[in-house]
Design a protein around this ligand. Structure first.
Ligand code: ADP
Ligand code: ZN
Length: 729
């Protein structure tokens, strides 16, 4: 194919508009490269697009319009175009939606230009006001970083005139700067720790992979604290030495701050950051610099996979089993799988790091598709916590209390010794159910098939499906009885109340994502806890994700049975991983830790596997069950959800799909359903689910596409296809 088009040549442009094909234009004055980011006229508008190839020539040539202009950005590489097409095919996503994922940069169409930026100056203010103080505090938090006027004023919560006043006095320095600057160079040999023998061997293997310049995926397994991060940073160093870019994906924004600090200590400078908490200016800079090669390392969320890397040599997926890698909204993709796809197209290495890998990854490693590295010991004197079940059937516990006498005694011991305890409960809010004691009515969401969760901190009822909130009613909405509404079951807020009553002198901190106004507030709280500013931490799954609390020696799991219920294929796997990780929080430094699991079914195979620490035993049993059932990773699944405001219609269309399943039968696939989805109504839309099951090697995507094309869908009906669904809701 041509890689450059001269003025007037016919080019095919893929736009971000929901069209099912590329459109023909003529190359503009000066020509354009294959892959160029362009603005093209479409009807009365101008839209973003990418030059995808030669024009198809099936439009009336006289009506073909020229490309309006070529944007100031490095053209999209052939490998990136291939990646987007393959990802689209795999996830059955239309190309325009894929392109939108790949162009999530603010100001992509802006011309290159200079702009004013502001950073800490050397002057002293003539007088200190509260507003001025906030500006100085905001700047000092970020050291030498510079911001635009608007950003700085917003960060400090002051008007721009306050900042300008400080500029006049030299307290804040104003500079002219090109819009997007390259990131400071990272030095692969800046500093490093002396690795243990185990770690050295693992790092050596990963580095050899990077040096080979070929594709390869490695599972890096090891308990929390075994040094996985130290080891994969050595692989990053090797990529930097080779002059190739590296990407580290983290499952949780709250983890980035801690990780960036480690990168800075290791490589002497901060890497590029990409996630929803990053300012617009930094996002724009990151997107451009990744494309121009001015960013050597990106640390980010799953969408960082769609940045326009110039030469990506390494992708690390940290905590690869984490469910947040599966995008459940819009384009349904699993970042772990897409990382492997992307790496295979650009001859890069993938490192999947985890203490408790997903069954898919475990199976791929067993089968030899992925290499496998094991770090068996924790670094230094820390040892794995002792794990024990507390059999709740024999504990003497009054109603509406969740901390058993055994757990209580263990917490008291820690308090006496000045050590920290984590009480883990994976439920946000105060109480999951609000019940009328007069008529038995449970308060539900008006738009969803879900119960409202009381959040006492917010003083409201919240629907965890659609986010709808309402004040706590004084009367029962059903029987109108007054003062008879009662909370049922615990959430973290209620558990905190119980802990405060049991341990009146303890300092208690609640870590739940909804209790923080911002990512920064959460980061500050986590740092304070790590320094010992709390005795008891009460947390949801937020705490399971790799935060380091050195003083923590006891973990109490309030309800180890919680995840075992439900019809989810991955319920056992999830519970196993979550419990192992939470338990792994205890005793990281030099005190041995203890993990106590409150359970009503201590003989359950999952609970037994957790307690005995027999990981491979658990995986083997779980794998055998899935193989038997022919489900992933030993078979293929696709979830189809139809939704519509009209309940009859949605079942009718579901029925038509189920009956017209010839394209699926041709590949030996089976359709189950239609059945009401586990959550049968969300935001007023009724939801019906079909499940398609096929053998491992079956060409599922093509058959699915043909199948849904064969049925005409009413305009208000939405259909979404989830390949390899992670959760069934
Ligand atoms: P993981 O990623 O497996 O949880 P980390 O890489 O975060 O483990 O290591 C846990 C802690 O031990 C970190 O504070 C890390 O800096 C430290 N550590 C690990 N290996 C070494 C080593 N060889 N020398 C010094 N410190 C180490
Ligand atoms: Zn709702």
């Amino acid at each position: 194919m041509k890689s450059f088009f001269d003025e007037g040549d016919l080019v095919a442009v893929l736009t971000t508009q929901p069209l099912d094909r590329t459109l023909d234009y003529t190359a503009p004055e000066g020509g354009c490269h294959l892959g160029a980011f362009v603005e093209v006229p479409l009807g009365p508008r101008r839209v973003l697009g990418v030059v995808w190839g030669s024009g198809q020539g099936d439009f009336d040539r006289a009506k073909v319009r020229p490309v309006h202009r070529v944007l100031d950005a490095a053209p999209m590489s052939g490998e990136m175009r291939e990646f987007l097409s393959r990802a689209a095919d795999y996830t059955l996503t239309p190309m325009p939606a894929m392109l939108r994922l790949a162009t999530r940069s603010p100001g992509l169409g802006d011309p290159p230009s200079m702009r004013k930026i502001y950073r800490m100056g050397h002057g002293k203010p003539d007088r200190e006001t509260d507003a001025r103080h906030r500006v100085i505090a905001a700047l000092s938090e970020y050291g030498s970083l510079a911001f635009t006027l608007k950003e700085l004023a917003e960060m400090a919560g002051v008007s721009t005139s306050v900042v300008k006043g400080l500029v006049k006095q030299g307290v804040v320095a104003e500079e002219e700067s090109p819009r997007d600057l390259p990131y400071p160079r990272l030095d692969p040999d800046f500093a490093g720790v002396a690795l243990t023998a185990d770690q050295t061997a693992a790092a050596g293997a990963l580095q050899a992979g990077v040096r080979s310049g070929d594709y390869g995926t490695t599972l890096l397994r090891g308990v929390t604290g075994s040094g996985k991060t130290e080891v994969y940073l050595e692989a990053v160093a090797e990529a930097l030495r080779k002059g190739r870019q590296a990407l580290v994906l983290l499952p949780e924004i709250a983890l980035t701050a801690e990780f960036l600090t480690r990168v800075e200590q290791r490589f002497g400078a901060m890497p590029a950051e990409w996630h929803s908490g990053v300012t617009m200016t930094e996002r724009r800079r990151c997107w451009r610099m990744v494309g121009e090669g001015g960013a050597q390392l990106v640390v980010g969320a799953r969408s960082a996979l769609f940045l326009p890397y110039r030469d990506l040599g390494l992708i690390v997926v940290d905590e690869e089993h984490d469910t947040s890698y599966k995008q459940e909204d819009g384009v349904l993709y699993n970042a772990r799988d897409m990382a492997v796809l992307r790496a295979s197209l650009c001859s890069a290495q993938v490192v999947l790091a985890s203490a408790t890998p997903s069954l898919e990854t475990w199976a791929n490693a067993q089968a030899g598709k992925y290499a496998s590295l094991n770090l068996t010991d924790r670094f230094g004197p820390a040892v794995l916590p002792k794990m024990r079940a507390i059999d709740m059937r024999t504990e003497d516990l009054p109603g509406s209390r969740w901390i058993s006498p055994t757990l209580r005694r263990a917490v008291e011991q820690r308090l006496e010794r000045g050590e920290q305890t984590l009480l883990f409960l994976n439920r946000r809010g105060y109480a999951p159910v609000t019940l009328c004691r007069a008529c038995g009515h449970q308060i539900g969401c008006d738009h969803c098939d879900a119960r409202m969760v009381e959040h006492r901190f917010l003083k409201r009822l919240v629907c965890h499906q659609c986010g709808e909130t309402k004040p706590m009613p004084a009367k029962c909405p059903s029987c109108e009885a007054e003062d008879r509404l009662a909370p049922v079951g615990p959430g973290v807020e209620r558990l905190a109340e119980e802990a405060a009553a049991l341990f009146p002198d303890a300092r208690i901190a609640v870590l739940s994502s909804d209790l923080f106004g911002s990512a920064r507030a959460m980061k500050a709280q986590i740092a304070a806890i790590a320094k010992g500013e709390a005795d008891i931490i009460i947390g949801t799954q937020l705490v399971a994700k790799g935060h380091n609390f050195p003083l923590l020696t006891l973990v109490g799991v309030i309800d180890a049975d919680l995840g075992l219920q439900g019809s989810d294929l991955r319920a056992a796997e999830r519970t196993f991983q979550l419990m192992r990780q939470v338990s792994g929080r205890a005793g990281r430094v030099d005190q041995p830790g203890e993990a106590l699991l409150q359970t009503y079914q201590p003989e359950h195979p999952v609970i037994r596997a957790i307690l005995s620490g027999d990981e491979d035993g658990f995986w083997r049993a779980e794998a055998a069950e899935r193989r038997e059932a022919g489900v992933p990773p030993y078979g293929r699944l696709a979830g189809i959800v139809l939704s519509s405001p009209d309940v009859q219609q949605v079942f009718d269309v579901g029925g038509v799909l189920a009956r017209n399943d010839l394209p699926l039968r041709r590949i030996g696939a089976q359709v189950f359903g239609p059945a009401p989805a586990p959550i049968a109504r969300i935001r007023g839309r009724h939801r019906v689910r079909l499940l398609v099951k096929a053998a491992k090697g079956a060409p599922l995507q093509g058959a699915l596409a043909q199948w849904v094309r064969g049925v005409k869908l009413p305009a208000n009906l939405r259909l979404s296809i989830d390949i390899d669904p992670q959760s069934f809701y």
